[in-house]
Design a protein around this ligand. Sequence first.
Ligand code: FES
Length: 277
Amino acid sequence: MCSCNCEQPLVPSIVEVIDIVDETPDVRSFYVKCSEGGVPYSVQPGQCSMLSLPAGEGMFSCTWQEGNEYQHYAIKKVGLLTEELHSIEIGQKLGIRGPYGNGFPVEACKGKDMLFIAGGIGLAPLRSFIKYCFKHRDDYGKIDILYGSRSYADLCFKDELFNLWPQEKNTQVYVTIDNAEPEWDGHVGFVPSYLEELNPNPNGKIAVTCGPPIMIKFVLQSLEKMGYIDDQVITTLEMRMKCGIGKCGRCNVGSQYICVDGPVFTRTQLRQLPQEW
Ligand code: FES
């Protein structure tokens, strides 16, 4: 019998860290799997898991990938729990439960051109959807990826950004950093400004965005200015998720619980919520 508790979603399964990769000075990738091999559950792009350590537990975006050999989490150091996570080593056991959240509407977006707009660690959840699109490449039209971070060092997933994704069919990758640096000869400026500079035509396109709340706010405004209607715009508010099961009351915005009604929402749905998100 499997020891990973996959039949009891509120009881953490135990997984082992099999690899750790530094993405940036404060973002680290963790690869985990069950000791018997495989993973306790599969996820859809945009879904999250609760990871637990003796120091506590926290909700993190789980990367979608083909197959269930392992799970991947890209985690930014922002507090006590993530500091503890950044101190663990390969072989460490973690509690894990999920999946939580509705995920991105990958089926409804089929046949559309896709515009992904991310800032900082916000690329982690969008990367799941991007990977899904590349795996099902003929189901989607043109793919544009716009990503920005504070500095070159803070750009996550550089190999994909600069080497792998630009080689994909009918795909364009745009990268920007906030401030000029001697060794950077790419675009400099904030993500919303670069978006307006690029001015991607909204016809037949779905825009998906994730990043710091202030970036999301300005990206939504920019998209509106450029003619994107509300149903063409999707974001994820996963950073608001705490317990993930509608119990702690820490994620509700108006009548909605981000954790059970989201975290993925269209702009149309967001308009119906108080501006507290
Ligand atoms: S995260 Fe606890 S109620 Fe939503």
